[in-house]
Ligand binder design. Structure first.
Ligand code: 5RP
Length: 226
């Protein structure tokens, strides 16, 4: 099975778990795309839900596809959020933000009674740190913020668009992709140290947010970790 077929399979499966009356949080990325696609189909078949998006890209897909979207400012809590991850370990701790939406994704996940994470097997990790750690940083004095992080031993590059421009998040911030070394990465400590630097808005470490994990394997099998 191709990775894209796996993403379609687990996204569709997660879409089938949504129930009438729910307020649903929509993740961001190529896996969440299939979850949103399935919800679009189910809404056309009569499913009654309302949804909030974690990015303008997901908002556009869902809105264009006929999912009733509501302003997050009018939401007290979300019943279920479905999103993917760049890396997830056995304790369901994650690195997210490959799509640059980590801040809104974390807020939406935090507002949710349940978060289901859908990943293909390539995202599974024994120890977080294989992928780069996206960190959202305000544009003001971003070079200084970067050098402050370097002094603490965290180095990386600002994310750029295909045209070579600085990538800008939906919040008007930048993403610094930090290179980690799994051997020396201590996610909780690193998260706190990085967050202490003024100018850092949020890191892509997600702790204690994922409840259920749906894993899709290349041989077509699907595993659910509760
Ligand atoms: C976006 C994210 C995504 O969930 C993560 O990057 C995985 O993306 P994909 O489903 O495209 O592999 O955190 O900010």
């Amino acid at each position: 099975m191709s990775i894209d077929d796996i993403k379609c399979k687990i996204g569709t499966l997660a879409g089938d778990l949504v129930q009438n009356g729910m307020t649903v949080g929509l993740g961001t990325g190529t896996t969440a795309f299939y979850f949103i696609k399935r919800l679009m189909e189910r809404c056309q078949e009569g499913l009654e839900i309302q949804a909030v998006a974690s990015s303008t890209a997901s908002l556009k897909q869902a809105h264009d596809g006929g999912i009733p979207m509501i302003d997050i400012e009018n939401v007290a809590s979300i019943d279920l959020t479905v999103d993917s991850a760049d890396e997830i370990d056995r304790q369901k701790q994650m690195i997210k933000g490959g799509g640059g939406a980590l801040l809104r994704e974390k807020i939406v996940a935090t507002m949710s009674k349940e978060m289901i994470v859908i990943v293909d097997e390539t995202k599974l990790s024994e120890k977080l740190g294989r992928s780069k750690l996206p960190v959202e940083i305000v544009p003001f004095a971003h070079h200084y913020t970067k050098s402050s992080l370097e002094k603490l031993g965290y180095s990386g590059e600002f994310r750029r668009t295909a045209q070579g421009l600085l990538f800008m998040t939906d919040n008007g911030n930048l993403i610094l992709d930090l290179k980690l070394d799994p051997a020396s990465t201590n996610p909780r400590e690193d998260h706190v140290r990085i967050r202490e630097i003024p100018g850092v808005v949020e890191t892509g470490f997600f702790f204690d947010l994922a409840q259920r994990v749906i894993i899709g394997y290349k041989d077509g099998k699907v595993q659910i970790r509760d």
